[in-house]
Design a protein around this ligand. Structure first.
Ligand code: NDP
Ligand code: GUE
Ligand code: MG
Length: 297
């Protein structure tokens, strides 16, 4: 029996279509054009790919895209000054500072300088606190995209065993909060977890967010489980080229799982769609307009 492949690329195109409809309505009825500012410090080649792809999809959805590329030597004070300028710019409804930042910067200080209402990544401590207490927040894009796929595929998740592998602030922890909100029984595994295979084997829902290519083996998966692979790992393809793989051994896992997301074409495209969705939500809230249905949780 082979798993259903959850098509994040197709699902993300649907969400971006919904975003485009909402943007068109905001323009028509309120003369409002949602704007997203992306700040990239340094020239990390992987980040370049995301920034370009985000910028293109933002414009395709009818929104304004502002890109700020700063040299790696930029001082924290200069970056904070840019953030402050974006905070007060009425054309900017969403601000994303690409992570990781260069080592000489305090990333927490930079993130917490962003106006929480414009924090479309959901990384500001106010949004983290709101999410953690079950209040209306800006929800981090990657976990939000994962949740949308899970709801679409599984419907009610109440009482299911969910295991999140990875405890980062940007994926693992917010993902665990969202799954608690769905009334799952949630475990978080990490590098110090003892007998991780056994922890994963009891899960009806597995979220892998580790950054280790193919770490999760087929034998770890409970038959029929739903597997969401967040990992984005560039590996040597052997022919002088590279290719992207997830944190799950896809070929093994697809023979055991009930459903699985591929890499590429799974969580990644959903992350970008959710970023656009969060920008529309932020623009509506900033203008006292009702926020569109179905673009957040
Ligand atoms: N598709 C998308 O849109 C996105 C994809 N990603 C990808 O997701 C992956 C995770 O990203 P991120 O959360 O930022 O990564 P981090 O490096 O911040 O966190 C990795 C987590 O994995 C845990 N871990 C590391 N090794 C092991 C191990 N051997 N066994 C169990 N747990 C382990 C770490 O544990 P500990 O805390 O103990 O060190 C840590 O909690 C990466 O591949 C990244 O590229 C990230 C963001 C968005
Ligand atoms: N402040 C901040 N917010 C982030 O959300 C953030 C970040 N920093 N830093 C880096 C990570 C990583 N990330 C990805 C988003 C989309 C794809 C994506 O679209 N991937 C495609 C493939 C892209 C390709 O081919 O290179 C896919 O999986 O199909 C991947 C990775 C967001 N991140
Ligand atoms: Mg994100």
């Amino acid at each position: 029996m082979s798993a259903t492949i959850i098509d994040g690329k197709a699902f993300s195109a649907k969400i971006r279509g919904r975003v485009a409809e909402e943007v068109a309505a905001l323009k028509r009825d309120h003369g409002l054009v949602p704007g997203l500012a992306v700040v990239l410090v340094g020239a990390d080649p992987a980040s370049e790919v995301y920034v370009r792809s985000k910028g293109r999809k933002t414009v395709e959805a009818g929104m304004e895209s502002f890109e700020h590329r700063l040299p790696a030597e930029t001082t924290e004070a200069d970056l904070l000054a840019l953030v402050e300028k974006l905070n007060t710019d009425p054309a900017v409804h969403g601000i994303l500072v690409q992570l990781p930042l260069p080592k000489h910067m305090n990333a927490d200080a930079v993130i917490n300088a962003i106006d929480p209402a414009k924090d479309v990544d959901g990384f500001h401590i106010s949004n983290v606190g709101l999410l953690g207490t079950g209040q209306k927040a800006m929800v981090p894009c990657t976990p939000l995209g994962c949740l949308m796929m899970l709801r679409d595929h599984l419907g009610d998740m109440s009482g299911k065993e969910a295991v999140v592998i990875g405890r980062s602030n940007i994926v693992g922890k917010p993902m665990a909060h969202l799954l608690l909100g769905e009334s799952c029984t949630v475990s978080i595994a990490h590098s110090r977890t003892k007998d991780i295979e056994e922890v994963v084997r009891r899960a009806d829902i597995v979220i892998a967010a580790v950054g280790r290519p193919g770490m999760v083996k087929g034998a770890w998966i409970k038959p029929g489980a739903t597997v969401i692979d967040v990992g984005i790992n560039r590996i040597d393809a052997g022919d002088g080229k590279t290719r992207l793989v997830g944190d799950v051994d896809f070929d093994e896992a697809r023979e055991v799982a009930g459903a699985i997301t591929p890499v590429p074409g799974g969580v990644g495209p959903m992350t970008i769609a959710c970023l656009l969705a969060n920008t529309v939500t932020a623009a509506c809230r900033a203008n006292g307009l009702p926020e569109p249905e179905g673009l957040t949780v």
